[in-house]
Design a protein around this ligand. Structure first.
Ligand SMILES: Nc1ncnc2c1ncn2[C@@H]1O[C@H](COP(=O)(O)OP(=O)(O)OP(=O)(O)O)[C@@H](O)[C@H]1O
Ligand SMILES: [Mg+2]
Length: 499
């Protein structure tokens, strides 16, 4: 039965083609590519000389149109008036007119487009003509194509929505962080975007946050942003620099003091009490002496304070933000910082990257500070020369953003014309990246260093001279002598001794 053998082979070929197309269309590709592939395959399997395919948008206008062996109609919408297409549109059914086949591409309720072929190729003497199976095959192909296009359209719609949501989210976060004060956290670099994102997310919570980073990287700025965007924003923001005060003073600053602890002492509230309903910012938290660390830990655990010289326990209602440029981990190793306190403070940790690791932020920061200080100096349209900007891009900024801010401020104070050029930038003569933040900010004399070191050790031992002498590797008498001679050389008005 040669005839039915031929029929079987044809059907098999069509089934294989459908299977193939299904798989090929499943990978998301541009709509035009999907359509063209659909038409080429239909024509190839059905031995058609001509073909056309088009997709429609929601208003039933032709969106993409491809033809094979026939001219492209202009305008594209003209194809909607040709007889087979008109009929398919009206009936939503496949149509066969003389040697033309056309099938609707429909997914759910949406009319996605129409696929058509024409001019069956002649086989030898035999006049070509389509059979009923051909129309069924074309319909199946059109249905598969419609599903693929519908999928890809939905995917793109979602993609657009997702992108706009992401955009909105990013804008909201930045605006939110900006609204709190006129200060703006500048930074488009990926590293700063991560910081800004984290700040926005953590602000809402009550979690204690430890902010780390080299000097001048913006730790205090971040602390203020967190407070200003937190539910406690209407409460006070109370900052205390733990490095600036000797131990006993720091203790009474933090926890307060009762009246009459020493003669003439009036009662004073501590920062924890003053910050009720708000935020306490413990700046340079790595510099809190060990004995006080233990007290601070107890306060954080019990959420109560006891004033110096007092018996009463006062409940506290504060969120704790802290900052340090020190490596607390190394300090823990050396038993200079309590590990339990460390974990209490860094429920969330925000690490501010040094400026030299995000140089792409420099131009925008420069622009920001030019505007800020230009306005203050009464200069309009201040600009910076390419040369000067290049100079800044090469500089490692050991003092980070603060150093950049000071440079711009200084340059604007000196210049009379509105263009800053490299001569206006007073960069240190030679900077090797190895010098680091501490050195450039602070070049103490050797005996000053000695004085500071001894004073630190004494702070650490709580003023205990024997213990201090042991740590320093000298005997007690030498320590007394050194202390006496160094304290007379101490800078004016500065009391280097702890007790
Ligand atoms: N991303 C930034 N965008 C705009 N200004 C910034 C940014 N980072 C820091 N600044 C500015 O730089 C200066 C230093 O910032 P801040 O005082 O917060 O640094 P810090 O890390 O606390 O420094 P230190 O460790 O020396 O105390 C401030 O004037 C601050 O406004
Ligand atoms: Mg600071």
């Amino acid at each position: 039965m040669p005839q039915s053998n031929f029929e079987l082979r044809r059907k098999l070929l069509q089934l294989e083609a459908l299977y193939d197309v299904g798989r090929a269309l499943n990978t998301l590709r541009p709509e035009g590519d999907l359509l063209e592939e659909l038409m080429q395959r239909a024509a190839a399997v059905l031995d058609a000389q001509h073909g056309f395919v088009f997709s429609l948008d929601e208003k039933l206008n032709v969106q993409h149109l491809y033809t094979l062996g026939i001219d492209l109609p202009t305008p594209s919408n003209a194809i909607l008036n040709t007889p087979p297409v008109k009929q398919v549109l009206a009936s939503r059914q496949p149509v066969s007119i003389s040697d033309l086949l056309a099938a609707p591409m429909i997914a759910g309720e949406s009319f996605i487009g129409i696929l058509g072929v024409g001019g069956k190729e002649e086989r030898g003497e035999k006049q070509g003509s389509f059979v009923e199976d051909d129309l069924r095959f074309l319909s199946s192909l059109a249905a598969i194509g419609a599903a693929a296009i519908d999928n890809s359209r939905n995917y793109h719609r979602l993609d657009v929505i997702r992108e706009s949501l992401e955009d909105e989210n990013r804008n909201l976060k930045q605006r939110m962080l900006r609204d709190y004060s006129d200060r703006l956290m500048i930074g488009d670099s990926p590293k700063m975007q991560r910081v800004i994102d984290l700040v926005a997310r953590v602000a809402d919570s009550q979690a204690n946050v430890l902010i780390r980073g080299e000097s001048g990287t913006g730790k205090e700025m971040v602390a203020r942003l967190i407070h200003g965007n937190s539910p406690r924003k209407n409460g006070p923001f109370v900052a205390i620099n733990c490095a600036a005060l000797p131990e006993t003073l720091l203790e009474s600053e933090l926890f307060g003091i009762e009246r009459g602890v020493a003669t003439g002492v009036e009662a004073r509230p501590g920062k924890f009490e003053l910050a009720r309903g708000g935020t306490v910012f413990l700046d340079e938290v790595g510099d809190i002496p060990l004995a006080l660390q233990a007290k601070l830990l107890r306060v954080l655990q019990e959420r109560e304070i006891e004033k110096l010289g007092g018996r009463r326990r006062i409940p506290i209602d504060v969120r704790i933000l802290s900052a340090t440029h020190r490596s607390l981990e190394e300090m823990i190793e050396r038993n200079e910082f309590r590990q339990d306190l460390y974990y209490r403070l860094k429920v969330v940790e925000i690490m501010l990257p040094p400026l030299r690791e995000r140089k792409e932020d420099i131009p925008k920061l420069v622009r920001f500070f030019l505007d800020k200080y230009g306005k203050r100096e009464g200069l309009r349209d201040v600009r910076i020369s390419q040369d000067a900007l290049q100079k800044l891009m090469r500089y490692p900024f050991p003092g980070n953003v603060r150093e950049l801010e000071n440079l711009i401020e200084g340059a604007l104070a000196l210049t009379t014309d509105p263009v800053i050029d490299s001569g206006d930038l007073l960069l240190p003569e030679r900077v090797s990246p190895a010098t680091g933040a501490e050195l450039s900010a602070d070049f103490p004399k050797l005996n000053e260093l000695e004085r500071r070191y001894i004073s630190r050790v004494l702070a650490f031992t709580g003023g205990n001279m024997s213990k201090a002498a042991k740590i320093l590797g000298i005997d007690r008498k030498t320590l007394y002598r050194m202390r006496a001679s160094l304290s007379t050389n101490a800078p004016d008005g500065e009391n280097w001794d702890i007790q």
